[in-house]
Structures are given as C-alpha cells and as structure tokens.
Design a protein around this ligand. Sequence first.
Ligand SMILES: [Zn+2]
Length: 358
Amino acid sequence: MAFDCYCAICGVGFAGMCIGDPSDATIEQRGQSVERISRSLNCAEHTESSAQDEEPIQTYDPRLVDQENVAWTSQVHCLGVQDAAEGKTKAFVSGPGYYADAGELAVKIGQPSKRTYFNCYGFGTDEAPGPVLPFHWCCFEILLRTLTRTTDPKNVNLDALYDAMISMCNGTGSALRLPYGEDVARAQGQYWQSLPGAEYCVRHPTNTPDLEEFLKIQIQTNSSLRATPTELDLGNRQPKNPFGTLPPEIVYQICSFLPGNSMKSLTEASLYVHLITRDDYFWRSFIQSDMPWLWETQVLRDSLNFPLDLNYQLLYQFLNATTAPKYGMHDQALMGIANRRRIWGACEELSGRYSEVL
Ligand SMILES: [Zn+2]
C-alpha cells in the first residue's frame, strides 16, 4: 500500500504539496474556510474543516505559497547506520535524494556517490541494517543548532543522535513522537494533505529574506514599541522576597532560563523581580536567550541608530506574539520564522533525548 513518510525533524512531507490555481474559484471559498476554522480555534471549540455541504479544499492559497517556496520540501537526506568493524554499526548522513513512495527513499551515498534505496522508519537493507530517518537539510541544520550551536554536522555525535531518534519513532512508522504542532499533525494522513491555513508549515524555515528588513522597519517606525516605562509609586512598601537577597546579576541569570510566559508570571508575582527587570539591558539579553531560533536578532546589536525611546520589553512581547506559529497566519515576512520556531520546539525535545543517550 502506498503511503507518505514525514520529515523526522519538522513532520512535513516530501511530496504532495498542492497549490491552488490563482485563477480558480476556490480562493474565496478557501478564505472563508480558514476564517471559520480560525474563529473556532479562538473559541477553543472543535468544528470540522469545512461546512458539511462543501467539499474540503486541499490546496494551499497561491497568494501565500508558490512552487518556489515549497521546493525545499522535496529534497531528502537521511540518517542511518552501516555495518562497521566487530559487529558494530556506524551512523552516517546521506547525500540528497527524493522520497519514492511507501516509505522508500532514493538518496546518494559514498564516494563516488551512488544512488541507494532505503526504507524510512522501516526494515533495514543490505546497505543499512536498520531503518533510516528522513529529513530536510534545513531542518537538520536547525537541529544541529539546538544540539551544538553550530550547523556543522562534525560537531554532533551521529551514533547517539541515531539512537535518540530511533527511540522516538511513532507507532505508524511515518515520523517521530515529537510536538510538530497541530497544523502538521492534521496534515499527516496516509498522504500529506495541503490544508489551507497551514501554509506557514511549508515555508522555508531558514531562508527568510524579508525578516531582517521587517525587524528593522518595526524597530524604526512602530510607535507602539516606544512607550517609556511608567514610574512605580511604592509608597512605604519595601519589596521583600527570596530574590531580594540575591545580587541582580544572579536574578538575571535565573530569569534567562525561564520561558517567556513564566517570566511574565514571575514579574507579576515578585515586585522585586519586576523592578530589577525594567531596564533595556535585561530585555535585550532576554530576547537573545528566550528566542535562540531568532538569529536575526543580531540586528539588535546595531542599536546605535535605534530610536532612543525604543522599549525592549515591548519589543520582546511584540516578537513573541508575531512569530508564534498560528493557523491562518498570512504575513509573508513572518511565516518562515513561525515555521522555524515550530521546528525549534520539536528539536529541543529531541535534544533532551540526545543528551540522555550521550
Ligand atoms: Zn523537515
């Protein structure tokens, strides 16, 4: 039986990306369907993806993605193991190839390279005694960044990575047990489904040419990022809590380990933390530590030309909200980064398993 397998890292397919025709009549119908589902998701109630008398649309909005945008999804590499000395195996990363069907992958390996066929998540072959794990190269680079802070495969222990990933294979043998996100989970059927509203999941996660310009423009022109912090009238209050006994540098360190939502809760619960985290230095550092997937924040280093009243706490909140992976998102500059953030989340979970194996 024919079926699709999915990228072990991002959960997206390698084939079957269907994009609607700009001239057909489904544009309006697709828009209405996405709006209806967005509304139901916001109301936290589940409804079907289309009205009952309508045929569900399974093509992406041509205004949001084109063939060039999704081309990255069709090139596949894999991680597998080969027989080595003394009955042991050694992990390898293949060259590029493509997904054939029914779990079969055709990729290049060796020097000189030759085309070889492997089974994704399935049985071994003569060349590879175990299943191979397929992925997109850009997803592998994101994984390498979470594991090694670099994109050089030489810095990772491939044997440990293979063992970590194999231990997370899902029951259907089509992906790993990782939080790929609801929009990807819905699309992983027997075949990949091009569901409208989830276009951001197939936008290139590392080639995001518009993002840096978007950040610069927001920093320079978005007036809602410029509110100056209001002074707090503490009266006779002397904020006291366990954090108050620590030097601010240590509290900054602790805060840098917290995710954004927890940081928000802590500043609301502790007046002391609230007070010492009101300066720009703290929030500039926090953006870097809480958003490791946003490597474009290097533009923040060039802050000499920024407006003097730029409020970095508001900038953090703005970035946190606008880059969140969200069904129905349609901003061209942000779809790729939302996809990267989604993939980073899956990679962090995999990274925890990798550390255990090491
Ligand atoms: Zn991928």
